[in-house]
Design a protein around this ligand. Structure first.
Ligand code: ADP
Ligand code: ASP
Ligand code: MG
Length: 449
């Protein structure tokens, strides 16, 4: 197959007209880019999250809608060609206002997703015009025609087969004559309602579309020049990684490296599609190539950090020499759709961690979960921990790993350690307030220049 790239631009890349123009130039310079997946303009989804919450007062709703309008109209003002996008934005925002009013009176997760989808609906229409004004024949495509999901609003699961069939039927033919601009993050359930794939989900959307269309490449354009040894916002010592294996990058994404949505690499790995990550601001700087095999496999590749983790310790003397205790604990967790992340055990107690993917301030471990667990055992719950993951290769067979990692962070309370199940990571929990310092010190130790 000839080169066929799916390109994804994140929120900061489509934040304003100048940023959009830079992205449009990237597309124009390489017309192998046939499908462009965009996020909402920076800040818009956060506004929409608030708008979709319960009982938001009318004055605040109006303010939010006015802020979104301003972001989008600033982009439109810079257009020079013919268009009716001002009317389009106004019409969309009036629909949004109506749904938000209903939501304020009677909250539903379904409407929250409908509300969230407006960010990508707006940015994709505007970005199409930016491409057209640069002389690229571009058309906007509503991804909900093909991105079919279940009805788990907020974290919808995509029907990969349906996506593939529908994308080949409805989307692929359009890419022959035009560059297709579409929305990340959103989908549609069997009842025709809009769904979303979870925060940061546009990366995943792009990877799914690349898989469905059998693309030769996936490019993720963001605000940093590739994947770094750790989040460059934590330490200026972080360095860009020129190439990394699928497995290592997937571990990074899973363990919190925000640069990629955790599920992004799953479709890419299934179809062996190389992924490029680069900066839409500085495309000439190159970036990171993620692929199946790479020329080096260093012991230490990167450090990822995931905040707001919950640690639950269950303790029962009945566990001593007993069988089936853990099965009962897991049955309760499964019933409440809680997915356990890390686990350590001792003779009479088990410690389990839970991620908080929605960033919700409400405890995942609600009173009914607690009540059921407490019938079995003593339960303690700790919030506000951070999970640090050291990612690399052959870690399970590396002598001196413990001292290399822990010697320099002696001053911190390591709450839990997980190592051995994977050759690619060593994870531990620390108090949230120490997270940045721990990552910084660890980075200095493991990645000293
Ligand atoms: P986008 O809006 O383009 O999807 P995100 O904000 O979701 O961008 O992801 C990019 C951000 O991810 C960077 O600005 C950086 O702060 C953060 N990040 C976290 N870990 C890493 C890492 N290991 N390498 C690069 N960036 C990282
Ligand atoms: N706009 C969505 C978000 O902010 C999806 C994305 O940016 O990937 O979470
Ligand atoms: Mg992102």
């Amino acid at each position: 197959m000839s080169n066929f790239t799916v390109a994804k631009f994140g929120g900061t890349s489509v934040a304003n007209h100048q940023a959009m123009e830079r992205c449009a130039t990237i597309i124009k310079n390489d017309l192998a880019n046939r499908v462009v997946v965009v996020s909402a303009s920076a800040g818009v989804t956060n506004h929409l999250v608030r708008l979709g919450q319960e009982s938001v007062p009318a004055a605040e709703r109006n303010e939010i809608i006015a802020s979104i309008r301003e972001i989008q109209l600033n982009i439109i003002e810079a257009f020079t060609g013919d268009h009716n996008l001002g009317d389009f934005v106004d019409e969309k925002l009036s629909q949004l206002g109506e749904i938000a009013e209903i939501q304020a009176q009677q909250h539903s997760v379904k409407n929250a997703d409908e509300i969230l989808s407006f960010g990508e609906q707006l940015s994709s229409a505007l970005f199409t015009q930016v491409l057209n004004e640069l002389g690229v024949n571009a058309k906007c495509f509503d991804i909900r025609q093909v991105m079919k999901t279940n009805s788990l609003y907020g974290q919808a699961v995509v029907d990969i087969e349906a996506l593939k069939t529908k994308a080949i039927e409805h989307l692929a033919p359009l890419t022959k004559d035009s560059v297709i601009v579409t929305q990340g993050f959103i989908g549609q359930d069997g009842l025709g309602h809009t769904t979303t794939l979870g925060r940061g989900g546009s990366d995943y959307s792009a990877a799914l579309i690349a898989e469905a269309l059998d693309a030769t490449n996936l490019s993720i354009w963001t605000d940093v020049v590739g994947i770094f040894t750790t989040d460059p916002r934590i330490t200026d010592q972080a360095r860009a990684i020129p190439e990394i294996s699928f497995g290592e990058a997937a571990e990074m994404a899973t363990f919190g490296a925000k640069i990629l949505h955790p599920a992004t690499l799953i479709p890419a790995m299934r179809q062996n599609i190389p992924v490029f990550v680069g900066s839409s601001k500085e495309p000439e700087q190159g970036g990171t190539f993620i692929q199946q095999s790479v020329s080096s496999s260093p012991t230490y590749r990167s450090i990822a950090l995931r905040r707001e983790q919950t640690l639950v310790t269950v303790k029962s003397p009945a566990m001593l020499h007993a069988s089936g205790f853990l099965a009962k604990v897991f049955a309760i967790l499964a019933k409440h759709e809680l997915s356990v992340d890390l686990i350590t055990t001792s003779e009479i107690s088990v410690a389990l961690t839970f991620d908080n993917p929605t960033g919700s301030t409400q405890s995942l471990i609600n009173n009914s979960v607690l009540a059921e667990l407490e019938q079995l055992c003593e339960v303690s719950v700790e919030h506000g921990l951070s999970l640090v993951a050291v990612i690399g290769n052959n870690l399970h067979a590396t002598k001196g790993l413990g001292s290399s990692v822990f010697d320099k962070i002696n001053d911190f309370n390591i709450r839990m350690i997980c190592h051995g199940a994977s050759s690619n990571n060593l994870c531990f929990l620390i108090p949230g307030q120490d997270a940045n310092t721990v990552v910084e010190q660890l980075h200095d130790t493991l990645f000293a220049a």
